[in-house]
Design a protein around this ligand. Structure first.
Ligand code: ADP
Ligand code: ASP
Ligand code: MG
Length: 469
C-alpha cells in the first residue's frame, strides 16, 4: 500500500465540525493509503499562548487562571461537537484537563520567575498542538479506525536546541521515527502526531518555527519514505497571490520545490519556508489541498517546474511585519569587517536577515528583518559598532515597510523583467526603498511602504496577467 502524510492546518481543525471533516478525509483515503496524520493547534491558539506567556512574565496570575479556564472550555466544546461517542468524549476530555493543569503550572511559574526565555516560550506554545491532537485522535477513533496519538518528541523527532526555530537532527530522527511509527503503519494503525513541536537530545521541548507543522509533515515524510506529503489547508493550493489580497488569484496546479520555497519565504503562508528542504532532497512530491473542497487536486510540488517558458512570472507575494535597518557611515568604506560585525551581531541575537542590499560605495548597508526584532537589532548594532571606535555614524530604521516578491523559475534569463516590474511601480508613483535579486534568479524582491503594498501586488498581478492561464 502507498504511504502518505496528511497535515491539517489550524483552520482545518478550527472547530469540531471541521475536525469531523478531517476524519472523513482520513477515513476516505484509509482504504487506499497508510496514513500518518500531523495536526496544528486549533486556529488562533498559538497566538493566544504567546500573548499569555508575555503577560505571565509581568506577573499577572489572575489572568493566567482566566486564560486556562477559557482554553479548557474552548477545547471541551470542540470535543463535544467533533466526537459522538460519550465514552470517547470523556476519555479525550480527561486528557485535555490534565494538559491544561500542566499549562496552568507552567504559566504560574513564569509569573513568579518574571522571566520568559526562548526555551520556556517553546514549552508554552507547545500546548496548542498537545491539546488539538487528542481531539483529532478521538474523532478518528469515533470513525471506527485504529489510531494512536503522539507528540513530535514521542514520534521520534529530535532537533537541535535553537528554540523557536529548531531544525531536526535528521539521521537520528529517521532512525527513531521508523522504529516507533513504522510497525504501527504496517498494522494499519493511523498515527496522529502533533505538528510544530519536537524535543532536543535532552528531551527539552523545542518548536520548528511558526507555521512549522508543514515542516513536521515533511520531516516525517522523509523518515517514513512516504509516496507523497499532503498539506491540507483552507485554500485550493498555492495561488498566484494571496487570495485575501487579490480576489482574482488563480491556482497554480504545479510548482517546482524551488519556486514553492521562494514563495514560502516571501510570505505565501500556505507553506513553511524550510518545509521543502527534507522532501526535495528525497524527491518526495508535496500536494497542497483544500480540506473543504477535497475533490480538487490542489498544487503539486515536485522537482521540475512544468516547462512553460512563456510565463516567466508565476506569482507575487507581499510580506508584512518587516522592518528595514540601515547602517550608514563614510567610515565603513574600506574598513574590513564592518559588514561582518553587522551580520555577526544580528546572528548572535538570533535575528534572521531576510534581504540584504549594499551600495557600491560601501557607505551603506540595508537589511530586512522581522519587525518584532527591530529594537533588539538597533540597540545591539549600536553597541557592537561603538566598540569599533565610532566607525559607523548612523543606524536608522523604517518599520512601516513591506517586501514585494515576484517569483517564477523562468525569470532566469528573461530579459527586461526587472524594468517591467519597476515600471509598473513607477507608474503608480510609488517609491521603492530597496531592491534585491536572489542569485537563483527565480525571484526579484523589493521594499516599499506597507501602505502601498496591496496596490502594487494588484497591479503586478494584473499587468503580468496572472489571473489568466
Ligand atoms: P494553515 O492553518 O492551514 O497552515 P496558513 O494560514 O498557514 O494555513 O496558510 C493558508 C493561508 O495562506 C491562506 O488562507 C491564504 O490566505 C494565505 N496565502 C498567502 N499567500 C498565498 C498564496 N500565494 N497561495 C495560497 N495561499 C496564500
Ligand atoms: N500552531 C503553529 C503556528 O501557529 C504551527 C502551525 O500551525 O503550523 O505557528
Ligand atoms: Mg500554515
Amino acid at each position: 500500500m502507498k504511504k502518505v502524510i496528511m497535515k491539517f492546518g489550524g483552520t482545518s481543525v478550527g472547530t469540531g465540525e471541521n475536525i469531523r471533516q478531517v476524519a472523513n478525509i482520513v477515513t476516505h483515503y484509509s482504504k487506499e493509503y497508510r496514513i500518518t496524520v500531523v495536526v496544528s493547534a486549533l486556529a488562533g491558539v498559538t497566538n493566544k499562548l504567546l500573548e499569555i506567556a508575555c503577560q505571565a512574565k509581568k506577573g499577572d496570575e489572575k489572568l493566567v487562571k482566566t486564560f486556562t479556564d477559557e482554553l479548557l472550555q474552548k477545547h471541551k466544546e470542540t470535543v463535544t461537537s467533533a466526537i459522538t461517542s460519550k465514552v470517547l468524549q470523556e476519555k479525550v476530555n480527561q486528557i485535555i484537563e490534565e494538559i491544561i493543569v500542566e499549562l496552568g503550572k507552567v504559566l504560574t511559574g513564569i509569573c513568579y520567575v518574571g522571566e520568559l526565555t526562548a526555551k520556556s516560550k517553546d514549552y508554552v506554545v507547545s500546548f496548542g498542538e498537545r491539546l488539538s491532537a487528542p481531539i483529532v485522535w478521538g474523532t478518528i477513533q469515533d470513525h471506527n479506525l485504529e489510531t494512536q496519538c503522539f507528540t513530535g518528541r514521542e514520534a521520534g523527532i529530535v532537533t537541535d536546541s535553537n528554540f523557536g526555530e529548531a531544525d531536526p537532527l535528521m539521521n537520528f530522527t529517521i532512525h527513531l521515527v521508523r522504529e516507533r511509527l513504522g510497525p504501527l503503519l504496517e498494522k494499519g494503525v493511523i498515527p496522529v502526531v502533533t505538528g510544530f513541536i519536537a524535543a532536543n537530545q535532552d528531551g527539552v521541548v523545542t518548536t520548528v518555527g511558526r507555521g512549522g507543522s508543514d515542516y513536521t509533515a515533511t520531516i516525517l515524510g522523509v523518515a517514513l519514505s512516504v509516496n507523497e506529503v499532503w498539506i491540507w489547508t483552507d485554500v485550493d493550493g498555492i495561488l498566484t497571490t494571496d487570495p485575501k489580497l487579490v480576489s482574482t488569484a488563480r491556482l497554480l496546479p504545479q510548482l517546482s520545490y524551488q519556486e514553492a520555497a521562494e514563495m514560502a519565504i516571501f510570505g505565501a503562508k500556505a507553506m513553511h519556508p524550510r518545509a521543502l528542504g527534507p522532501v526535495s532532497k528525497e524527491n518526495i512530491p508535496v500536494r497542497i489541498r483544500n480540506t473543504f473542497q477535497p475533490e480538487n487536486l490542489g498544487t503539486l510540488i515536485t522537482k521540475e517546474p512544468i516547462s512553460n517558458t512563456e510565463q516567466a512570472v508565476k506569482a507575487v507575494a507581499m510580506i508584512k511585519n518587516v522592518a528595514m535597518l540601515n547602517v550608514n557611515g563614510a567610515t565603513m568604506v574600506g574598513a574590513p569587517g564592518s559588514y561582518a560585525k553587522v551580520f555577526d551581531t544580528l546572528g548572535k541575537n538570533n535575528i534572521n536577515i531576510m534581504m540584504i542590499a549594499t551600495a557600491i560605495s560601501e557607505a551603506n548597508i540595508s537589511v530586512i528583518i522581522k519587525r518584532s526584532m527591530l529594537s533588539r537589532a538597533i540597540s545591539n548594532i549600536e553597541i557592537a559598532l561603538s566598540e569599533r571606535g565610532g566607525l559607523v555614524s548612523e543606524v536608522t530604521a523604517e518599520d512601516d515597510v513591506a517586501v514585494i516578491a515576484v517569483v517564477g523559475a523562468y525569470m532566469k534569463g528573461s530579459l527586461g523583467l526587472a524594468s517591467k516590474i519597476f515600471d509598473i511601480v513607477a507608474k503608480k508613483g510609488i517609491n521603492i526603498r530597496m531592491i534585491a535579486q536572489g542569485s537563483s534568479e527565480s525571484n526579484i524582491s523589493f521594499v516599499v511602504k506597507e501602505k502601498d503594498g496591496i496596490e502594487i501586488v494588484k497591479a503586478i498581478h494584473e499587468e503580468f496577467n496572472l489571473d489568466k492561464t
